[in-house]
Design a protein around this ligand. Structure first.
Ligand SMILES: *Cc1c(COP(=O)(O)O)cnc(C)c1O
Length: 373
């Protein structure tokens, strides 16, 4: 047995793009005794986590922790970065699947003026496409923000984040660039400062491999400057409130202390593996999955140049029985992701993120192959 496979008492079972299997020591960390969140122990835990998060996000600025799932930070990003309609301001959402559509719906729900630029599912925004959309939305210079989902988990498309950031900034320099990296951060290469991402947000239960319930987001100085001019920020998600408490090593509301303990264990594991090594491991898992799929006659739903390193969407060969495959997997106590939303029943998604290794995928492939349909 390789040392890696001892992370789990039982073999990983969840091959969907989140929640993922959490290593035993990170699960157990939640059982540590609780303490008051205005105590010195919270200070210590918070500063340990803050320092490691900055390394993992490749940023020198701040990383907020919230007791909510990633969708909460999608909402926080809108509330803090986009001024109300009476100012003439608007936000552009680049939509190419289920989670970018959700961010659009969140922005509409927050009462902002929203411009949607949409391309078909399984396609990607290139830097040119994104810049053209930003240019159109910014014709009067009133575009406050551009929202992009880095890794569209519903389709398995991953965007060129550095290229799109630069292209959008060149046509709309005052627009904040907001990135949902929920299913890619800590799996794919992301450099928040170098790539000038104003917000980069994620959830605990995806590539960080922590139980669900925490949202984590890096936030630039430009965002705080904007937030000071925005009405209707609410309170729970107000970055200015969060920032004043972060300066004192704590949060305005009670933090999810047990989950933060679990996060600390995973951050140490991630930094011990090394960011570059972790990114390369996810690339290798993607390549392994795609090679296996092609060998077995499955169709790849996303071309190589936009293929996600954390999730692969496949369609079965002619006559393939998805239902029968799912039953074989269930009998082996495993599961893959179904097609998302309107793709349900047509394709399926293999998540290869978190602490999964090639051996784990091989076990999955064997079960998928053990039937003829
Ligand atoms: C899972 C996911 C979300 C939603 O995250 P929650 O933590 O469930 O709120 C948003 N965006 C992307 C890209 C995701 O993969």
């Amino acid at each position: 047995m390789t040392p890696e496979t001892t992370l789990f008492a039982d073999d990983p079972r969840m091959f969907f793009p989140g929640p993922v299997d959490v290593p035993d020591d990170a699960v157990a960390a939640q059982l540590k005794p609780l303490f008051g969140h205005r105590s010195g122990r919270m200070d210590e835990l918070f500063s340990a986590v803050q320092e490691r998060l900055r390394t993992v996000f490749c940023t020198d600025s701040r990383v907020y922790l919230l007791a909510c799932s990633g969708s909460g930070l999608q909402e926080a990003a809108i509330r803090n970065c986009v001024r109300m309609p009476h100012t003439g301001a608007r936000v552009l959402v680049l939509v190419c699947g289920g989670f970018s559509q959700r961010w659009h719906d969140v922005a509409v729900g927050c009462g902002r003026t929203v411009v949607k630029d949409e391309i078909p599912w399984f396609e990607a925004f290139t830097p040119d496409l994104a810049a053209a959309a930003a240019d159109r939305a910014n014709s009067d210079g009133n575009l406050d923000a551009v929202c992009l989902v880095h890794n569209e988990t519903s389709t398995g498309v991953m965007h060129d984040l550095a290229g799109i950031s630069e292209a959008v900034r060149s046509v709309a320099p005052n627009a904040l660039f907001l990135v949902d990296a929920v299913s890619s951060l800590a799996g794919a290469e992301i450099r928040v400062d170098d790539w000038q991402l104003d917000i980069c947000l994620t959830s605990s239960q995806k590539a960080l491999a922590v139980p669900p319930g925490l949202a984590v987001g890096a936030v630039s100085d430009r965002v705080l400057e904007r937030a000071a001019t925005v009405e209707g920020r609410g309170w729970y998600f107000d970055f200015l409130v969060l920032d004043s408490y972060l300066a004192r090593g704590t949060t305005p509301a009670t933090p999810a202390i047990s989950l933060v303990q679990s996060l600390l264990v995973q951050l140490d594991r991630i930094l011990e593996e090394g960011l570059e090594t972790r990114w390369a491991r996810h690339r290798d898992l993607r390549d392994l999955t795609r090679r296996w799929a092609v060998d077995r006659g499955f169709a790849l739903c996303v071309p190589d140049e936009h293929a996600s390193v954390t999730v692969t969407t496949l369609a079965g060969p002619p006559g393939w029985n998805l239902e029968a495959m799912n039953q074989r997997l269930a009998a082996a106590d495993m599961a893959v992701g179904s097609g998302y939303g309107k793709e349900k029943g047509k394709s399926f998604r293999i998540g290869h993120l978190g602490e999964l290794r090639a051996d784990d995928l091989q076990r999955l492939f064997e079960v998928i192959e053990s039937g003829t349909v």
